[in-house]
Design a protein. Structure first.
Length: 44
C-alpha cells in the first residue's frame, strides 16, 4: 500500500507542477514583456 500511495503522490506532484507551469505561461502571455523578462531571468 505504501508503494501505491508514493506513486499516487508522485503523479499528483507532477500534475500540480504542470498546472503551475501552464498558469505561469498564461500569465506571461497576458502581461507581455515584463513577465517574459522575468521568465528569462528565472531560466538563467
Amino acid at each position: 500500500m505504501q508503494d501505491v500511495a508514493f506513486i499516487g503522490l508522485t503523479v499528483l506532484f507532477f500534475v500540480v507542477m504542470a498546472l503551475l507551469g501552464a498558469g505561469v505561461d498564461r500569465l506571461g502571455r497576458r502581461h507581455g514583456v515584463d513577465a517574459d523578462a522575468t521568465q528569462q531571468e528565472a531560466g538563467q
